[in-house]
Design a protein around this ligand. Structure first.
Ligand SMILES: [Zn+2]
Length: 76
């Protein structure tokens, strides 16, 4: 079975999910300051191990993002 892309289907799905998450998280405003994150980076080796790094105004923003995706991953 030959792959034309350098990603397998699973990897491609993971990369797509990361991009979707990043796009989603960038739209979450800080409940305190009303600002959006300047930079969001989602990473992880599987859909069950997704983490994200946020460059934002404060921890409240990160908390709001966590709530918005409904999971309890810790912020690194
Ligand atoms: Zn804030």
């Amino acid at each position: 079975m030959a792959h034309r892309s350098r990603y397998s289907d699973a990897e491609l799905a993971l990369e797509t999910l990361k991009l979707e998450l990043e796009r989603h998280l960038r739209k979450v405003p800080c409940p305190v300051h009303g600002e959006h994150s300047r930079r969001v980076t989602v990473y992880g080796s599987s859909v069950y191990d997704m983490r994200f790094k946020v460059d934002g105004c404060c921890d409240e923003l990160a908390d709001a993002m966590l709530e918005s995706i409904g999971q309890a991953n810790s912020i690194v």
